[in-house]
Design a protein around this ligand. Structure first.
Ligand code: NAG
Length: 151
């Protein structure tokens, strides 16, 4: 009689770990990005990164999107492109400026994505590199993205 609730609890725990590993919760992402030093990096506030992540991947660390036009692929929570930034060994003319395997940008631990994002915004275009940022985050009130998070 005691085993069932225990198993149920264990099941729920495992489920929540699995889910959390893939699609991050907004405030958990905010704290993680803060810890990795992305908040304020190059003058870009944390809320901009949360907004970007929400709009490009829905906070999904495993998000992958193929672009037919140039046969490149976008990877991970920030949808970083194999065209310029990471290497997936299948993108014609890939530059791999972040010197990272695209697969590393899909890990539950988003450190590699953060490191590459920092490299990306060091370029003159900065965060405007992401069209989705211009469309969904630029000139918007971004407070909702960090609201209620203990940072
Ligand atoms: C990508 O990785 C492959 C396999 O390791 C390597 O041969 C290739 O030179 C790399 N390409 C770039 C652009 O870094």
């Amino acid at each position: 009689m005691k085993a069932l609730p225990t198993l149920l609890t264990l099941g729920l725990l495992l489920l929540s770990i699995t889910v959390q590993g893939k699609v991050l919760n907004r405030c958990l992402l905010a704290r993680t990005l803060q810890r990795f030093g992305l908040g304020g990096f190059k003058g870009i506030s944390l809320a901009n990164w949360i907004c970007l992540a929400k709009s490009v991947s829905g906070y999904d660390t495993k998000a992958i999107k193929y672009n037919h036009e140039d046969r490149s692929t976008n990877y991970g929570i920030f949808q970083i492109s194999s065209r310029y930034w990471c290497n997936d060994s299948k993108t014609p003319g890939s530059k791999n400026f972040c010197r990272v395997s695209c697969k590393a940008l899909l890990k539950n631990n988003i450190k590699a994505s953060v490191t590459c994002a920092k490299r990306i915004v060091k370029d003159p275009r900065g965060i405007t590199t992401w069209e989705a940022w211009r469309k969904n985050c630029e000139h918007k009130n971004l407070f909702q993205y960090v609201q209620g998070c203990s940072l």
